[in-house]
Write a protein that binds this ligand. Structure first.
Ligand code: ATP
Ligand code: MG
Length: 393
């Protein structure tokens, strides 16, 4: 039996004139996600994208998993392509292909869609005929048109007739890359990978920026960030990771700034430097994993001081979320277990005992200016490390 995947577009249906462009990006993202699984033909018609394996040995279970993480797809189904576009072929295929579901069910109904108007039977006739055959082959079943356990879908399209059961919910969102590019500040914590995932879902292509302070932070801490990004990239697609050498800046911070302002000035330096990198990488926004009130550097006052450091718009998708809500998403995208591995982050180096929760912007700016970070900023930006991230399945 020849199986195919049928994917329904999501919000891109709303985009009118841009629709073609959106669909092209979506198809490209699907192709990238499936690349290592074999060859596929990917076509689209009538808000359905059809994915047809071109080789025999394709792992279709894995293909479904991957397609389920591509943003822009509302739902998908695994369907059987009937031998021919005839009622006999539909009747031969459906009861066999859906045997498992039909045996487990008590009630069912058939729903037919006939977009090829040349097909000799009309939709109600298709339902009646196939329904009769299924009842005959599975006598334990009853028809229930309102709340059936299983719906058998028959679709007669231009390129063929196919049969499938209920669709599976897709990842939703907007195809990655259709909304532009953004730089995400990524730590090894729980929050920033979730923030990255959420903004990729809104169509942004990501560049990840990570600040490392060796020897205070270890090689393994950085590897942990790579592993987190490999997980995120199953949704966000391949991305570039940029590691910024932050040690000299943090040492200067320790030596030349008031202790209670360490964290806030560090956050400002991160934003400033990420903004510079963002310009070089064509990114038009910054993303952080900050959540209001979670720690001293995430109060309104502190966030105002952080925001002041960069001109670009800053997206903080977790700002109104509870920790548990964030953790639930981290579980869903499978980053949680990696995030809680106990390696130090540069944020935990030289943390003040009593950080200011209501910093005054004027004093923060003055303290930062007095210390004079510019030469060290330039030097760090000359020594960025670039790593290409691809999904880890
Ligand atoms: P996370 O779980 O993402 O580490 P957090 O709740 O621990 O967040 P902070 O450590 O204060 O909060 O960091 C706030 C945000 O600053 C992070 O979500 C991330 O976007 C950014 N950030 C923190 N540390 C780094 C780092 N080493 N490199 C790049 N960005 C960082
Ligand atoms: Mg952190």
């Amino acid at each position: 039996m020849k199986e195919i995947l049928l994917l329904k577009d999501g919000e891109i249906v709303l985009k009118g004139l841009n629709r073609r462009q959106f669909e092209d990006v979506l198809k490209k993202n699907i192709r990238t996600a499936l690349y290592s699984l074999g060859r596929f033909e990917i076509t689209s018609a009538q808000s359905t994208i059809c994915v047809r394996p071109l080789s025999e040995d394709v792992d279709l279970d894995e293909a479904c998993e991957r397609v389920g993480r591509v943003f822009g797809i509302v739902s998908y189904s695994r369907a059987v392509l009937c031998e021919e576009k005839t009622m006999d072929a539909v009747i031969a295929a459906a009861p066999v292909y859906l045997e498992k579901q039909l045996r487990a069910a008590k009630t069912f109904k058939v729903e037919a869609k006939r977009s090829d108007k040349k097909f000799p039977l009309k939709s109600p006739e298709i339902c009646r005929e196939l329904g009769g055959v299924i009842l005959h082959e599975y006598p334990h079943l009853r028809v229930d048109v309102h709340q059936p356990d299983v719906t058998v879908y028959v679709e007669i399209r231009d390129f063929g007739a196919y049969v499938h059961a209920d669709a599976i919910r897709g990842a939703g969102g907007i195809p990655v890359g259709t909304g532009g590019k953004a730089a995400v500040l990524i730590s090894g914590g729980i929050d920033s990978p979730v923030a990255a995932y959420m903004m990729a879902k809104r169509g942004l292509r990501l560049t990840a920026v990570h600040f490392a302070s060796p020897p205070y932070t270890s090689r393994r801490a950085e590897e942990k960030v790579v592993r987190l990004l490999q997980k995120v990239s199953r949704y966000a697609g391949p991305m570039t990771m940029i590691t910024v050498p932050f040690t000299a800046l943090q040492e200067k911070l320790r030596d030349d700034c008031p202790e209670e302002l360490f964290t806030i000035i560090m956050r400002r330096l991160m934003m400033q430097m990420t903004e510079r990198i963002a310009h070089d990488y064509d990114c038009a926004a910054l993303i952080t994993g900050e959540s209001l009130g979670q720690v001293a550097s995430q109060t309104i006052g502190a966030l105002n001081c952080t925001d002041d450091a960069a001109d670009m718009v800053v997206f903080r998708p977790l700002i109104g979320m509870d920790k548990q809500e964030i953790i639930d998403i981290a579980y869903k995208i499978d980053t949680y277990e990696t995030s809680i591995e106990p390696y130090e982050d540069c944020c935990t180096v030289f943390t003040p005992k009593h950080p200011r929760t209501k910093p005054i912007l004027k004093f923060v700016r003055e303290a930062q200016e007095r210390a004079g970070f510019e030469p060290l900023i330039e030097e760090a930006l000359q020594n960025l490390k670039i790593t290409q991230i691809t999904p880890e399945y």
